[in-house]
Design a protein around this ligand. Sequence first.
Ligand SMILES: Cc1ncc(C[n+]2csc(CCOP(=O)(O)OP(=O)(O)O)c2C)c(N)n1
Ligand SMILES: [Mg+2]
Length: 410
Amino acid sequence: MADAGMLRFHVPEPEVRPGGTPDFSNVTIPKAGSVPRPEIDVDPRTIRDMAFSIIRVLNRAGEAVGPWAGLLTDEELLQGLRHMMTLRTFDARMQMAQRQGKTSFYMQHLGEEAVSCAFRKALQPGDMNFPTYRQAGLLIADGYPMVMMMNQIYSNEADPLKGRQLPIMYSSKEHGFFSISGNLATQYIQAVGWAMASAISNDSRIAAAWIGDGSTAESDFHAALVFASTYKAPVVLNVVNNQWAISTFQGIARGGSGTFAARGLGFGIPSLRVDGNDYLAVHAVAKWGIERARRNLGPTLVEYVTYRVGAHSSSDDPSAYRPKAESDAWPLGDPVVRLKNHLIHKGVWSEDRHTQAEAEILATVIAAQKEAESHGTLHAGGKPSTRDMFEGVYAEMPPHLRRQRQQAGV
Ligand SMILES: Cc1ncc(C[n+]2csc(CCOP(=O)(O)OP(=O)(O)O)c2C)c(N)n1
Ligand SMILES: [Mg+2]
């Protein structure tokens, strides 16, 4: 027995800190195509190892290989590439707009574009996402107008949410995008509740819950898993493991379970891990989970293994807590480059066409930005009316709010 009587408190530490050499040698990466694709009504007890592996389709040569490949046409893949490139350009422009003082806050998706863009294409109209702030690809890939997103970011007179939400906390019922709440992990219990309600009312729409690695430490995550597994709710439980929760590395929330996917095993939920930087793998696994939900087979937990290349938000400086070049060492590469290389390998894309598409996309984003800015930005131009602040909460405005509205003279 070691050190009887002497207790030691354990705090997990990342492998490397600023100034050190990035090291991902502890991240085991299976060969693309090597993880089997089980039937969707598989007994979860027989696929426990999938919670510790990584489903991958795109190999280093840019080929799509293995049992999870072959679900998307060239046309769909080209569209997927365009969505990811659009999200990346949108991010770059809005990050710059934040630095120019046109909005108070922005959050980027750099390196994680495949997760939300590919997932959206596996859903049906009417399905409902309960997203966090890092899934704007759900809107972009569903054709939500970028200018509406920018109006929201600028809190201007055309902001569809009338300045009531923090910038980037969009909401669109029509696009299956539940209002983002800053209170993390609430998305999980809400998604499971919505999915249960859909089943109770014999509807056919399913829900998708979203959470980051760090936020799985919240009790809401665990409570949601209890309800989802007990009632076999038609929901896909997504965990985006981008290695960081602001300055806290993923080992803190993961603890001793080995992986975030493994959290699902104790609940009897089929739990898969997927290469989050592989558009084809994300889409194929999403389809698998969504079909299970739709066929009344219950929840599926999916961990997307990815890396947050950018800062947590426009208020963060990651050089304070991780080596500057850590993202270059990330072994799963860049989702845009990987899909681009795959399409070039297939002969349906080229470096020239890619460069041309980048220019076209930039022009489209800039045009949307000009239009949004004509409706105002944080400190200039049109704003939502003060009167709007009093609307939309109560069916009938209570007397104290009516009084306040009169005092404000609106
Ligand atoms: C309940 C709750 N606790 C704390 C916070 C503050 N907070 C905002 S983002 C964040 C980190 C979340 O990290 P993760 O879940 O990994 O998501 P990521 O930002 O990496 O996408 C924290 C702690 C919050 N918004 N809500
Ligand atoms: Mg994270």
